[in-house]
Design a protein around this ligand. Sequence first.
Ligand code: SF4
Length: 368
Amino acid sequence: MNRLKYIDEFRDPQIAHHLLAEIKAISHKPIRLMEVCGTHTMAIGRYGLRSLLPAHIQLISGPGCPVCVTSTQEIDMMIKLASQDVIVTTFGDLMRVPGSYTSLQQERAKGADVRIVYSPFDALNIASKNPTRPVVFLGVGFETTAPGIAATIAEAKRQDIKNFFVFSAHKLIPPAMEALVSSPDLKIDGFICPGHVSTIIGLEPYRKLAEVYKVPCVITGFEPVDILQGILMLVKQLKNEEPKAEIQYTRVVKPEGNPKAMELMFSVFSPCEATWRGIGAIPESGLTLKDDYAAYDARLHFDMEVGKVKEPPGCRCGDVLKGLIIPPECPLFGKVCLPTHPVGPCMVSSEGSCAAYYKYRDWEEKHG
Ligand code: SF4
């Protein structure tokens, strides 16, 4: 199949307008739909979907940017690692995220050995080429990222590389979604569920949200027609008062997910409590290395003591990540906090809601 033609179908303006007309015909009551994935937030902004939808349908962003949900204490721990005689390796997005007093980028400018890598295997290669120095990979990400990091740790064990470590700050998405729908402060009428994470976890974890909490869930792709179709499916469920878990992104996501990737992930990691920025501690929402792989756990081998945690003054990232406010409602948005001078992580990351709202101004028509 011609790939461009295939993608064109999911960007076809006529199909998009047809879907919009159907959404408008069915939906009349105010509803709040949360897109859980940062890539959705970016796509919604890029294609101006927020401004095309009727005023009573509000799209709110959720905790779907891994860098953004990493707690300030974990950022401080990463910076603490960089202050020791360690080669710290990380994906680029983490570099500018502010900790309590400094960032990895600032520490690198002062001489810390912090290196950007594009895969955890790059970090393993650095470890094998520098056998006399500890190399720590900063493991930040959701179920999409964790299996690759698990494979790298297993490979380090197979090759008996003893100077490679992982600082695991991974997060699991379904427990965070459950924490949000359990909160009395929040009103979420439906979830636009993350396409990438769902390729791994499949449909099953969302059934509980639909069946127990009565919140419709649709796993949705990232092209404009995907997103509108996902919204239409949610709107239909709400109209029929039949909440369920469904897949719109059928060309990529299978109901069973990717069992091999899940097996690999849980052969190296176990679920543990994790602290999410803005949400707090959520049981079974993080990943810790199993005892068999304790030799690779950076948290067990380095000084992790950090001082009092200080959140960026005035930053409302926590409320943005919970969907309590949209980024322009933060008083610092676009004034003190800019992509060039980010105050909080949601303006730093390429998947951050504040960065998306700043880059694409499609919210202005609705929110002024
Ligand atoms: S605009 Fe900046 S300060 Fe405000 S919530 Fe977003 S990242 Fe934080």
